[in-house]
Design a protein around this ligand. Structure first.
Ligand code: NDP
Length: 336
């Protein structure tokens, strides 16, 4: 089944997203940061983190789970460790406040980290690490969520879909960047497949009765599986630790316990690490990196991670957006 789409320019996407957030109580600064993240996701073809997320952001504003006027606070704990209290606000503004001191410290000391607390993350992770790499640094981050993924061998969800993202700088070029859920498929992708009536590969998840199925709507009601069997499962476990206790925040199951279940982004933590290749290696390694990428690209059938999104980004033209979704967001914007 192919769903109907409507053409919107990137400016129209931004304005629609921002106006709908403002309408439901976000202040200018928060609405701007979230709308920017949503628009960049549509621009890059990361559809499960574009306008698709606006109804969820708005549910969280309506239920007052998220403070749409939050002003994040950054504390320098040591010269290389920062703690950001997102003040119960949306993650994009916490990133805006955190990344500048993080990048400055990594340039000065070679390594720096920020522990983000009380943040509501509902987006892709590449915007954080790409910003770090655009500033000549390596970026690494992860977040947990609420239980949706069964550890390898099990049928009960304990891990979130726990994405991680990594970016390596390439002066004058797009960074090498990957951004992936550690579940076999991101939850948003399952929801979109369920909405559009598409099936998914066997091994993606289990139905509510614990059976393997290709039916996305059955998996949406059941559990996802980790990517790569036990190997993905142990990485998801690491992300539970890095995004929870390391930053003074919750595991996915604890996050769920305190959430009000409104369907909007849950409150949780995030650790972001920045590293300077120059300071670590003591030299300029950019020629070595480019030679490696040439070798990589010489192999038939391969492409760099991030290349799909970066290609989409070259097109500044309008985007095709699901018509039903646009109508939903317009209704939210125009609610009295
Ligand atoms: P994908 O499986 O689509 O892609 C994962 C990575 O692999 C991407 O960096 C992609 O690059 C790259 N890639 C894909 N195909 C190839 C290939 N043939 N060769 C080399 N690299 C390739 O992503 P997921 O579905 O796992 O995740 C989607 C998004 O969901 C992520 O942005 C993630 O952050 C987000 N998410 C957010 C959560 C949250 O709580 N905030 C929870 C879970 C997921 P490219 O982009 O260029 O295709």
């Amino acid at each position: 089944m192919t769903s109907k789409t409507i053409e919107l320019s990137l400016d129209e996407i931004f304005n629609l997203a921002k106006a709908s957030l403002l309408k439901h109580g976000a202040n200018e600064e928060n609405a701007d940061a979230v709308a920017n993240t949503v628009t960049n996701a549509e621009r890059d073809g990361s559809l499960s983190h574009g306008l698709f997320r606006i109804p969820g952001y708005i549910k969280a504003l309506q239920s007052k789970k998220v403070d749409g006027s939050a002003k994040p606070e950054i504390k320098e704990v040591t010269p290389t460790i920062f703690r950001c209290d997102a003040k119960n606000g949306f993650a994009p503004l916490a990133h805006k406040y955190s990344l500048k001191p993080l990048i400055e410290a990594a340039h000065k000391f070679g390594i720096a980290g920020v522990a983000i607390q009380r943040s509501h993350h509902f987006a892709a992770l590449w915007p954080e690490v790409e910003t770090i790499s655009e500033n000549g640094l390596v970026g690494l981050t992860s977040v947990s969520y609420t239980p949706a993924v069964a550890p390898a061998g099990g049928t009960t969800a304990l891990f979130g879909t726990n994405p991680m993202s990594f970016a390596w700088p390439r002066p004058g070029k797009n960074p090498i960047v990957f951004d992936m859920a550690t579940s076999s498929m991101a939850k948003g992708e399952i929801q979109i497949a369920a909405r559009d009536g598409h099936s998914v590969p066997l091994g993606t998840g289990l139905s509510s009765s614990g059976e393997l199925t290709t039916d996305a709507s059955e998996i949406d009601k059941g559990v996802l599986l980790p990517f790569g069997g036990h190997k993905g499962s142990v990485i998801a476990l690491m992300i539970e630790l890095l995004s929870g206790p390391l930053v003074g925040e919750t595991f996915s199951y604890e996050t769920k316990e305190r959430d009000n279940g409104d369907g909007g982004p849950v409150q949780g933590g995030q650790f972001i690490l920045a590293l300077s290749p120059e300071i670590c290696s003591g030299k300029d390694t950019s020629d070595q990196i480019e030679q490696f990428i040439n070798k990589y690209n010489e192999i038939d059938g391969v492409r760099l991670p991030g290349a799909r999104r970066h290609k989409n980004r070259e097109d500044n033209g309008p985007r095709q957006v699901n018509a039903e979704l646009i109508n939903t967001v317009i209704r939210l914007r125009d609610e009295s």
